[in-house]
Write a protein that binds this ligand. Sequence first.
Ligand code: GTP
Length: 597
Amino acid sequence: TDLAHIRNFSIVAHIDHGKSTLADRLIQATGTVAQRDMKEQMLDSMDIERERGITIKANTVRLNYRAKDGQDYILNLIDTPGHVDFAYEVSRSMRAVEGSLLVVDASQGVEAQTLANVYQALDAGHDIVPVLNKIDLPAAEPERVRAQIEDVIGLDASDSVLISAKSGIGIPDVLEAIVTRLPAPKGDRDAPLKAMLVDSWYDAYLGVVVMIRVIDGVIKKGDRIRMMATNAAYGIDKLAVLRPQMVDIPELGPGEIGIFTASIKQVRDTRVGDTVTHERKPCDAPLPGFKPAQPVVFCGLFPVDANDFETLRDAIEKLALNDASFSTEMETSAALGFGFRCGFLGLLHLEVIRERLEREFDLDLITTAPSVVYHLHMKDGEVRDLHNPADMPDLTYVDHIEEPRIKATIMVPDEYLGDILKLCQDRRGIQQNLTYAGSRAMVEYDLPLNEVVFDFYDRLKSVTKGYASFDYTISEYREDFLVKMSILVNDEPVDALSMMVHRDRAEMRGRGMVEKLKELIPRHMFKIPIQAAIGGRVIARETLSAMRKDVTAKCYGGDATRKKKLLEKQKEGKKKMRQFGKVEIPQTAFINALKMD
Ligand code: GTP
């Protein structure tokens, strides 16, 4: 296909503003998928994605469209992940296309992720077509939202396309706008091959599948190619486009987007953002700006039942094969036994992986406190990364500690602004900016990432009844007065509960933790002290009193099945307990103790 008849685009939107629904409509309206095969959210394939309604991996689809000018076009839609954890993937997929549809829910208006994503699109040099969705809703205010897009983002929204992705209103206008308002790609067919690795994933039948966008040159089946960052060479086995199922194709030229397989062993061998070229006649320079995604949040994953360790190991290996940004390392904990220290792109990434382990591999897991990566500046000049508070060396060797900070953008209705400012202030935030867009405030905060990884997002949602939106980027590492706080139960340190905290917040966190643990740990036959300590100094203490002898469980009569059920339930409960010295701590205590109020 000649370049003039190709359009490559992505859809940027805040979660729930209708990106997937619009993608479905475009697939349907161009007859890409037969009506009878159409199901909702064609592009979201994983179960968790479907259930939570969030898009995690980038996906793509190629549409054939005959425009009003009578000409046939190829439209390549790259679906980008909508969540902050996957910002790096978003930025790469944005660079693979020339334009974006900016979808804004006309009943909601611009949200934090609308901003974050549209800035990424602008950074990537995109032309942008604003699309106001959900105009079928009585609460839709397209005029207000149009003005908001102009005020807040600074985009001309006068010729926004008004649609209802749900009922199908305006879909033909979207297709025409893609052809007439987004630019055709540029590229040189005769130049050496230069293609961007946009995404890769593991397919049970095909092995590793690599998605590329060809910039210059032509790639054909059977070609020998080289990945410039890893320097590995492969032969192309299969070349295809996604419609959205794979359709083989003999070659991909400039401006085109497709997938290949090449007997690549693991997804880890492919780096998003890498440059793919020919082995024999390579391009002279790789595409600029390549950097591998770095995990920013770490936590320990341990099986509740030590016998499940092998299952956990296999499961983690399987998931890691398909996720280059998920890092893992064996870990042993005095209290929890054998497990893994895992690194994630963010909290959602952590949650998704944990859920997949529990669901797909039927594992019961203990997750230790999530920790960010600290930079320890040692007195001898060495700089160490600290992924695990348990590895904190003796303070006498440490000169100072730096922690990662974020730039957070929060959009919130006026009436909740006070609560948000308080929340951010409580989390050691420094206010940077405060502006208004209609009745919504937009606040920017400089916050320590470690104050955000626990439950910031949950708190934000609860204090604003779900009306606030939040997005962040990591800004820098900065020195602060950070200490390791340990938790002792019955005088035994529980390493899984130790954490890095700011010195000024240690008493408060410590008190909160011991009070919670007192509630969460069942009484035993003896008195149990629960303490928080920094170094050897106890900063908070509670005592769980002993169980009184006469309140032992009564045996009830009743039918046998009920008794059996009761016994099974107790067994189940046992499984979710861990032994610490003489004390049994339920699994839920670990998770709940870490939540802050
Ligand atoms: P993520 O995948 O989580 O980023 O969400 P999304 O932006 O893809 O949103 P999605 O398409 O899943 O739509 C979110 C919700 O809005 C769904 O319940 C849709 O049915 C609904 N929705 C989408 N478009 C419209 C519309 O035009 N009108 C109405 N009334 N509802 C819509």
